[in-house]
Design a binder for this molecule. Structure first.
Ligand code: LLP
Length: 430
């Protein structure tokens, strides 16, 4: 739960505000972000990674107001599409602190990144090396770049969000020599300035062992580059991926511990090769914004269903679902959920919190213990929904996406307003 979350007589409060009042003002479902929690997290990242660059991964959640906040916290921004770049530009984000990612950036995206003087473009394919070099040359700009490497680590996380094993689409393979070849090609192009290497092994990772292997292999390439080209690259970007706790069973690494581990690993490996210590870059998304967010839903129906074994499962339908949180359906993600609008002494019942969409896989919380007197009109709060919920939300079944409201000091501020039926029809050519 976010830093300021508390329950007063069973009622959830966030940022000093009663969620019933927040729902009365902003409606349900509702994404809430705890300003104090975010500020504390940004501070912890800055402290833990002092001397390193922290680039917030905007894919976790981004809006103009949020990008402004990221800038004001002194963080950089990782964008992975023209749309995310556009939001950053609208927020007047300092472009030299933006890194542009993506395995298939379009010409238009690359042209815009170069023209806006984006600090770094992370290269992901041979085709892109030539594409970007031509665009930069035509613009008369020497573009700073990094090369994304695939380090061949099996990150212990869901298959869809593991990104460093060989058989996936991102980066240049280290083991097959692809990354070394990419370095050769980039160094031969005067319009590109190679500043460093990048590795992102996956997301929602608890064990730093994967980062250890990644750092070891990437630093080896730094040493190989020096041997072959007599060039010492100055930046090492180890990506994002630090896991957060979604349930009491989750035991993520503490941020300071994680940062200390990364530094030690990089320093040790560089020391072994006699390399100057590169500037370390990390790109946290989830760990910065995930735990700061909660979602509030209103219960619409409670349906007991008799299971074969004689047990009863209570399907609790809420007014949102897979359109505002696809993570349970997509990754089998687990969430923590409580009754948020009142206290209850009723016995707990085994519940499944489901959405209002026309799919049986439309599940928000697979197994939740909720009071057995739960009834329509009650509010539920789901923890840990700050990252990859609004940013992955859809309009499936023509359901408008909920607003994102940040709360702090007894006040609320809309970052993204609720969609309306007019919004849904705005693109409809009729
Ligand atoms: N850097 C790069 C290059 C990335 O691809 C990602 C995430 C990050 C940083 C940030 O990773 P984080 O610190 O948030 O783990 N939709 C999935 C997560 C996909 C992550 C994709 N890349 C989910 O909901 O779990």
């Amino acid at each position: 739960w976010p830093a300021t979350a508390e329950r007063i007589d069973g009622v959830v409060h966030l940022g000093g505000m009663d969620v019933r009042d927040l729902v009365a003002e902003h409606g349900s479902p509702l994404y809430l972000l705890d300003q104090a929690d975010l500020a504390a997290r940004a501070r912890t990242f800055r402290e833990a990674f002092a001397g390193a660059d922290v680039y917030y991964a905007g894919k976790a959640f981004l809006s103009v107001g949020f990008a402004r906040w990221v800038a004001s916290e002194g963080l950089g921004l990782d964008v992975c599409s023209g749309g995310e770049l556009g939001i950053a530009l609208r927020a007047d984000f300092p472009t030299d602190r933006i890194a542009m990612h993506g395995n298939n950036k379009s010409d238009a995206e690359l042209r815009r990144a170069v023209a806006e003087r984006v600090g770094c473009v992370v290269l992901d394919s041979y085709v892109e090396i030539v594409r970007l070099a031509d665009i930069a040359a035509a613009a008369g700009i020497r573009q700073k770049v990094m090369i994304r490497t695939t380090v061949g680590v099996e990150a212990h996380t869901h298959e869809f969000i593991a990104t460093a094993h060989e058989d996936q689409k991102f980066g240049f393979s280290l083991s097959s020599g692809g990354a070394a070849e990419a370095v050769r090609r980039v160094l031969a192009l005067p319009s590109l300035e190679l500043v460093g290497l990048h590795s992102h092994i996956g997301s929602q990772i608890f064990d730093t062992a994967g980062f250890e292997v990644a750092a070891k292999r990437v630093v080896q390439l730094l040493a190989d580059i020096r041997a072959e080209h007599d060039v010492e690259l100055t930046e090492l970007d180890l990506g994002g991926g630090l896991g957060v706790a979604y349930t009491v069973d989750d035991d993520p690494a503490q941020l300071h511990r994680f940062a200390a581990d990364l530094r030690t690993i990089v320093a040790y490996e560089c020391g072994r090769h006699g390399l100057r210590l590169p500037r370390l870059v990390v790109e946290p998304g989830r760990a910065l914004v995930g735990p700061a967010g909660i979602t509030i839903y209103e219960v619409g129906t409670v349906k007991p269903v008799q299971l074969d074994a004689g047990a009863v499962r209570h399907f609790v339908s809420v007014d949102g679902g897979m359109s505002d949180n696809i993570r349970t359906a997509l990754y089998d993600a687990a969430y923590t959920c409580v009754l948020a609008s009142r206290g209850s002494d009723a016995e707990p019942m085994l519940a499944r919190v489901v959405g209002k969409h026309c799919e049986s896989g439309d599940i928000v919380v697979k197994d939740a213990w909720l009071p057995s007197d739960l009834e329509p009109g009650d509010l539920l709060a789901i923890a840990g929904t700050g990252a990859y919920c609004r940013s992955m939300a859809s309009n499936y079944n023509q359901v408008p996406r909920p607003p994102v409201v940040s709360v702090g000091g007894g006040q609320s501020k809309v970052l993204l307003r609720r969609e309306t039926e007019d919004d849904l029809l705005r693109l409809d050519a009729g």
